[in-house]
Design a binder for this molecule. Structure first.
Ligand code: 5RP
Length: 230
């Protein structure tokens, strides 16, 4: 479930600013979504200008874009660590907890973002909130959708199977799974909800990213504000 709106100029400023922090020789996690796409395009231009990096894509979409703009790719399965990951978010709280998965790519995004020495989030101001309150995307094994739905309800959530306007039936992720968007209202204890969801059998990955982001680059009309946990 995509977060509404957000100015493309602000997204571009954030993406380009984060791409500027990549160093020669880095293995770079390439996030998914319209804001991370600006970072990938900026990296493509930097590669044209001589920067030596290898990208690790978080989705088919990120991989296709990286190929199109000339960012050399390596396989996630071939790397043990990543220097920096640049990825978008659907919501960012005051303490840099995130909701991700608007593009249903959060399972692979979590592996890549968590493996990075530096995880840089790119966002526009519409993503900022004091307390997370958007539905949390939960990727589930298809056959576990009913049991996971019940477990989500037991944890106080309201699950909705994700569908797409231009497809009959449910959205199927890059990993062949389904997504339940789970509304919990304001999430005042994201860490404990994250643990609860992660331990439900059949959950492949959920979109709460707690304690992972090192910095958030927020694009504004007049520049970029960098937020950190310090
Ligand atoms: O988590 C994601 C994909 O699974 C995206 O990073 C998130 O949806 C933000 O996308 P956008 O930059 O287009 O607003």
């Amino acid at each position: 479930m995509k977060a509404p709106g957000g100015s493309d100029a602000a997204k571009r400023r954030a993406g380009e600013h984060a791409a500027d922090t990549v160093s020669d020789g880095d293995v770079v996690g390439l996030g998914t979504g319209s804001t991370a796409a600006h970072a990938i395009r900026a990296l493509g231009r930097a590669v044209d200008a001589g920067l030596d990096v290898r990208g690790v894509a978080t989705s088919y979409a990120a991989r296709d874009l990286a190929r199109e703009v000339g960012v050399p790719l390596t396989d996630l399965a071939a790397v043990e660590r990543i220097d920096v990951a640049i990825d978008g978010a659907d919501q960012v709280s005051d303490d840099l907890a995130l909701i991700k998965g608007g593009g249903a790519a959060h399972a692979r995004e979590k592996v890549v973002d968590a493996a990075a020495d530096r995880f840089v989030v790119v966002a526009d101001p519409s993503k900022e909130t004091a307390t997370l309150d958007r539905p949390v995307p939960v990727e589930v094994l298809p056959d576990a959708r009913a049991t996971v739905r019940r477990a989500v309800r037991d944890h106080g959530g309201t699950p909705t199977l994700r569908t797409a306007e231009r497809k009959d039936g449910p959205v199927v992720t890059d990993n062949g799974n389904l997504v339940l968007d789970c509304a919990f209202g304001p999430i005042t204890a994201p860490e404990s909800l994250a643990t609860d969801l992660a331990t439900v059998p059949g959950v492949v990955a959920h979109g709460l990213f707690v304690g992972l982001a090192d910095a958030v680059h927020v694009g504004h009309a007049d520049g970029v504000r960098v937020r950190t946990t310090d």
